[in-house]
Design a protein around this ligand. Structure first.
Ligand SMILES: [Zn+2]
Length: 229
């Protein structure tokens, strides 16, 4: 998605004017339309390294600020790098109360790194959170988790090459240096980690709580007590 800004206010993008991302206000993955574009003549004069654009969220109309690195200045236009920096990001959430204490503390920090665009710090914390989870779950859990992650890869239809860094972060602690992740790879890692922890802890925790409540009501009925409605 190359974006070009032309002298006189023209805006041109290979993929149309709009782009899609998760809105920091309404948390909907929505299309964003350009709302405020800086004066191109002034940019051509001052030649900054970065340019800020304001987009409007199509779902909630909130202004969303994005910063682009300048790729190239030409006489009458500026080409912006396709990667942009989101100045405000939605806070990532997860039901941490279902995780063991140490894993929850590490994953909370991982989510905070992700929300603040610190994607490689996020990867480091994911590796620590995963290692902590495998320690708690005991022998065999790493292999079981690996199979869960392969299922996630298959569902998402991501090829092996693109998925390799995600697997390396989660499973190769002590064997391999952490790979460098970009924004897209970090996003994939985030979803895989959430799914993995959901399968390992949240699903089990929710089911066991629900079953305990059922058993309580059944026992109450057997003892001749009226079960609450
Ligand atoms: Zn929105």
């Amino acid at each position: 998605m190359a974006i070009r800004l032309h002298r006189g206010g023209g805006f041109e993008s290979d993929e149309g004017e709009r782009l899609a991302l998760e809105c920091p206000y309404c948390s909907v993955y929505a299309n964003m339309s350009p709302q405020a574009i800086p004066h191109v003549a002034e940019l051509l004069e001052t030649r900054p390294k970065h340019v800020g654009l304001v987009y409007r969220c199509d779902a909630c109309n909130a202004p969303v600020f994005l910063r682009f690195a300048v790729k190239e200045f030409s006489e009458d236009s500026i080409e912006l790098n396709r990667n942009f920096h989101e100045l405000e990001r939605p806070a990532e959430r997860f039901p941490l109360s279902y995780l063991p204490d140490e894993t929850a503390a590490l994953f909370r920090e991982a989510l905070s790194c992700y929300s603040n665009n610190n994607f490689n710090a996020f990867a480091s914390m994911c590796r620590r959170a995963a290692a902590s989870a495998f320690r708690t779950l005991g022998e065999g859990s790493r292999l079981q988790a690996f199979e869960e992650v392969l299922v996630a890869q298959d569902i998402a239809g991501i090829d092996d090459e693109a998925f390799a860094p995600v697997k390396a972060v989660i499973f190769n602690a002590g064997e391999e240096e952490l790979p460098m992740l970009d924004r897209i790879q970090a996003g994939v890692l985030l979803e895989v980690m959430k799914d993995l922890f959901y399968q390992c802890f949240v699903r089990r925790g929710k089911l066991s709580r629900a079953l305990k409540v059922r058993q309580f009501f059944v026992r109450g009925a057997d003892d001749g007590l009226a079960a609450p409605a």
